[in-house]
Structure formats: structure tokens, C-alpha cells
Write a protein that binds this ligand. Structure first.
Ligand SMILES: [Zn+2]
Ligand SMILES: [Zn+2]
Length: 307
């Protein structure tokens, strides 16, 4: 009997919590009519997008089961959105870079501003200094030198983030690992902070094709990690920049653009002018020699502005 009473008390307690959660949520959840224009725009661009192909051996989704997240889930349950006091994305270069890498950091900063429709600024380079032994492994001689991503985020990037930052992303030429169980990561994000690496993208001083491929890989990881800083998780139903990625081949197979569900999260969170943003992204991609992305964003601009 005592056990039963405890169960009844517990169920009463859980009911109270559930009612409170529903009431609190109703205070913050957008009303359906406010979201209708976003849903309509999603419908317009939907035919341009491709369903996620089945994962190949070794791909992210072959290894990790993930649920994905709809636009509605993002609005209702989890997001980090820019506010008037906190709306700038900062890019923080960590250590030294070649002139070509330096120009690429400027271009990446520009792309993040266009993609997320908020101010994006580059901070002065931060010295890496003495790296603690537990945040460092491998050696330059064996070409397997790596830095611990969470150390860079918490100890190097976090103290340098300006007050008006909505998101801050550090960039290094060192290879990164995120902690136990992983060989490497292209980048990682924790809350509104992230770090990504230029280490695994090929030859930035190669021929024009190699340079464009290097740039595209850098842009892909920067856009992806910044998406995580808005609290957008990995995307599973479409071919999308927010798909998880397990290696360079998989990164190359994925697009630079977001799917309709993930796009709507940016439209809503960053209050962007949709058609204008697509046109600017198309112009940027064209200028960077990324013809596929340029054509895609051009088509997207057209369907949104030709109604
Ligand atoms: Zn990710
Ligand atoms: Zn998506």
C-alpha cells in the first residue's frame, strides 16, 4: 500500500510538472499564424531539395543514429537566437596563418555574415602560446599533431569573446580531436562557441580547382559549426549542410546549402530577407568559383522572388 501511495504521489508530482511545463511553453511558443509565412516559403523551395541518400559505409548516419529536428521543434524546444544586444558572429584566428589562409579567413567571415544575415567580424589573431600536455597529442615530426578542441573553446576562445557576440568561432591550422573515442574532428561547437581546423582540406596553394575545393570545404565546416551555435542539431531527412559528417569524402558529397527545415530556422532566428540573402549568397559563391552552390542559390532566389 505504501508503495502504491508513493506511486500516486509521484504521478501527482509528474502531472504538476507536466502542466507547468505546458503552461511555460505556451508563453514562449510562437502562434501558428506567425509561422505560416515561414511554412509557405519552405514549400516554395522544397522542390529544389533532395531527400537524404542512404548512408554509405563509414558515413556519419551509418555510425550514429540521430533523430533530426523539424523547424517547428526548433521553434518550440531549442534555439539560440541573436538579440539586439548580442547579434555579432566573431571569427577568431588562433596562431599564425599564410597570406592565402589569411585571405580565406576574411572570405569565411564574409560568408558567415551573408549566410546568417547578422554582422560577422574578424577578431585580431590570438596566440596559441604554451599548450598544456593534456590538450596536445602526437608530434609535428610524425605529422599527427593534434590539439584538444574543448581546451581551445574554453581556455583560448571563451576569454576573448566580446560582449555583443551571438556566436564565436575559432580557427586553427592544427588538426583537432574532441576527446576520448574520436580520431579527429573537422570542427566542434559548444553552446555559442566553436572551433574548426584548416588541417584536412587539401592544398590551398595548388591549382585553381584545388584552391576552390579547399575553400568549399572550409566554408562547409564554418557554416555547419555556426549552425550548431544556433542550437541546430544534425539534419537527417535531406541532403543538407547540417548533416553529420565522418570524413572528407562525405563532406565533399554534401551540399553547402541548408535544406528547407534548416533554412527556416535561420529565417526565423535571424529574421533575414530571404530572397535578398539567396541572391547575395549566389553572388558570393560565383565569385569564389563554387558554381554548383551559385546556381542553387540563384534558383532559390528566383522561386522566392518570382511569385
Ligand atoms: Zn556537427
Ligand atoms: Zn537540414
Amino acid at each position: 500500500m505504501r508503495k502504491r501511495l508513493r506511486l500516486i504521489a509521484l504521478s501527482g508530482f509528474l502531472t504538476t510538472i507536466t502542466v507547468a511545463a505546458v503552461l511555460i511553453r505556451s508563453l514562449f511558443v510562437e502562434q501558428p499564424e506567425d509561422l505560416a509565412e515561414f511554412q509557405q516559403a519552405m514549400q516554395l523551395i522544397h522542390p529544389l531539395h533532395e531527400k537524404k541518400k542512404p548512408p554509405e559505409r563509414g558515413d556519419w548516419l551509418a555510425k550514429y543514429g540521430e533523430p533530426g529536428q523539424t523547424f517547428q521543434d526548433f521553434v518550440d524546444f531549442g534555439h539560440n537566437v541573436p538579440t539586439p544586444e548580442r547579434q555579432t558572429i566573431y571569427v577568431l584566428p588562433l596562431g599564425e596563418f599564410t597570406p592565402a589562409q589569411d585571405r580565406l579567413i576574411d572570405k569565411t567571415t564574409e560568408l558567415l555574415g551573408l549566410f546568417y544575415g547578422v554582422p560577422a567580424k574578424r577578431l585580431p589573431n590570438a596566440p596559441l602560446g604554451e599548450i598544456p600536455a593534456d590538450a596536445h597529442r602526437g608530434s609535428a615530426e610524425n605529422d599527427d599533431e593534434q590539439l584538444l578542441g574543448p581546451y581551445l573553446i574554453n581556455d583560448v576562445i571563451a576569454p576573448r569573446i566580446p560582449r555583443d557576440a551571438f556566436a564565436a568561432i575559432g580557427l586553427t591550422t592544427f588538426d583537432l580531436w574532441p576527446g576520448e573515442g574520436f580520431n579527429f574532428v573537422f570542427g566542434l561547437a559548444e553552446g555559442g562557441r566553436a572551433v574548426w581546423s584548416l588541417h584536412r582540406y587539401g592544398n590551398l596553394d595548388g591549382d585553381e580547382r584545388e584552391q576552390a575545393r579547399f575553400r568549399e570545404r572550409v566554408f562547409k565546416v564554418a557554416v555547419h559549426e555556426t549552425g550548431h551555435m544556433l542550437a541546430i542539431p544534425h539534419c537527417t531527412p535531406y541532403e543538407c549542410r547540417m548533416n553529420g559528417v565522418n570524413g572528407i569524402d562525405e563532406l565533399d558529397r554534401q551540399p553547402l546549402w541548408f535544406c528547407p527545415e534548416c533554412e527556416a530556422k535561420i529565417w526565423w532566428a535571424c529574421r533575414v530577407n530571404r530572397g535578398d540573402r539567396y541572391q547575395k549568397l549566389a553572388d558570393f559563391a560565383e565569385q569564389q568559383g563554387l558554381s554548383e552552390a551559385a546556381a542553387f542559390w540563384q534558383r532559390s532566389a528566383k522561386v522566392l522572388t518570382s511569385r
